[in-house]
Design a protein around this ligand. Sequence first.
Ligand SMILES: [Zn+2]
Length: 570
Amino acid sequence: MARILVTSALPYINGVKHLGNLAGSMLPADVYSRFQRARGHEVLSVCATDEHGTPAELAAAAAGQDVETYCDEQHALQRDVGSAFGLSWDWFGRSSSPQNRALTRHFADVLEDRGLVEERTDQMIYSPADGRFLPDRYVEGTCPVCAFPRARGDQCDNCGSLLDPVDLIEPVSAIGGSRALEIRETRHLYLLQSRLQDRIRAWVDARVEWPPLTRSIAYKHLDEGLIDRGITRDLAWGVPVTRRGAPRPGFEDKVFYVWFDAPIEYLAATHEWADATGGDWRRWWRLDEGAEDVRYVQFMGKDNVAFHTVGFPATILGSEEPWKTVDQLKSFNWLNWYGDKFSTSQGRGVFMDQALELLPPDYWRWWLTINAPEGSDTAFTWEQFQTTVNKDLADVLGNFVNRILKFAETRFDGVVPQGGEAGDLERRLHVDVEAKLAEIAALFEAIEVRKAAQAVRALWVLGNEYLTEAAPWTALKTDRDRAAVIVRTGLNLVALFADVIRPILPFTASVVAEAVGEPDTPRWPAGTGESVLSRLPPGRPVRAPDVLFRKVEDAQVAEWTERFGGGEPA
Ligand SMILES: [Zn+2]
């Protein structure tokens, strides 16, 4: 039994995430975690909301709430919608937790002890009217690159340039609209990433199992050269800056900045989990306390890769403490909405809570897995969603389960029939199923989620082909024993499907397992094709479930296109 630590990129606190966020980190992390649990491994799957930074403060202000109340509410919303989607985190934490505060301060202290943190004087925009500095998005103005009039202090949304607030032309306070802004000097802590360049490159060189997308992004940033970065801000919301447990002189009104504390929350969330459950978090993270045999797998979209291959490792490796670092970093391209990006402001795309108003979670989980943006960007369209749901889920999986169970109900008194011996068709099926199960497991293991889903579908197709060819309804007219063998085999396929679909379709797996009297527990089929298809004891009662998947109708597609956008060619 292996020990596997799974994390997915922390969703930012400001609102429920859209399907693109789900597809590129949280869902594949869940599918992988569920698969590994079913294999019998010890899995710890953690995630958390990323709660600090100016966007959270501005969103709270826009909502008329203090930032703590805002974060409390938004965290609960995200936790609940994740749980409704079947995301089976062992813990869904918060980067504003006391555990993260303590760990963030610890790392800042250690890094400073190693000569990797220093105080520097910065020039920042100060607003006398607001009585404060205006970091990042607290200031807006004209972009110095493209002249867009509403660029933000950290970035221009028009041309994508990363900006410094002092670069903006005609800056305006985002709080009170004051234009009477000054540039003042302020002290900040800098993490000297430039000194860690060689160390991080050597570490990346050794990560030979990283996929090409992850490696190429890491090397691009290493080749450009790491720069020293400010890790504090003139803000009130965040981890207060301390030095060895005491407030740091001159930093009483400053906090550690979000990019420094957010990834430390991976450790802190594990700490939160341990505090809540009595577990031992250090055994997952400290190489000197049991984490040598942990396999650590991270999931994220490609925009987060540089940060996880270079930025966060600077903190961990720079500490020179024996912390666990990531083994496999699975990154994803974009899921687009038709030919364009999801957009909250333009109401384009579906958010997680809205999706569940339309259809149960497994419809979405299936589409987002079999269309995961792995090799390249992928586009969601209602038309393709309709086709995939109707063909894969309704026609192939749903139809098989209902057809065989209905037949068992009407012709075999609703029990697993006895009698008869396996024939050539069954022997061929045993061989095919055994090979397909091995293929599916290898693909899940390799985190090839798209191909894994395709192979799962191919297993359903094997079942349908078998049933069509064996034709129990014909056999029943002349040879009841032969029909019994076929129906028994078909019901065993149903039981097998429950186990195999559970990582992707956990809710459907429950219904399917119950239909054939099997426990709804994670389990991966082990044994030969013959043994996994001879599991159900003859005589056991079975019962056809309600329709597993309803087809998506054209009228629904039209209604949803109207409501959520779409229609433009992909
Ligand atoms: Zn611009």
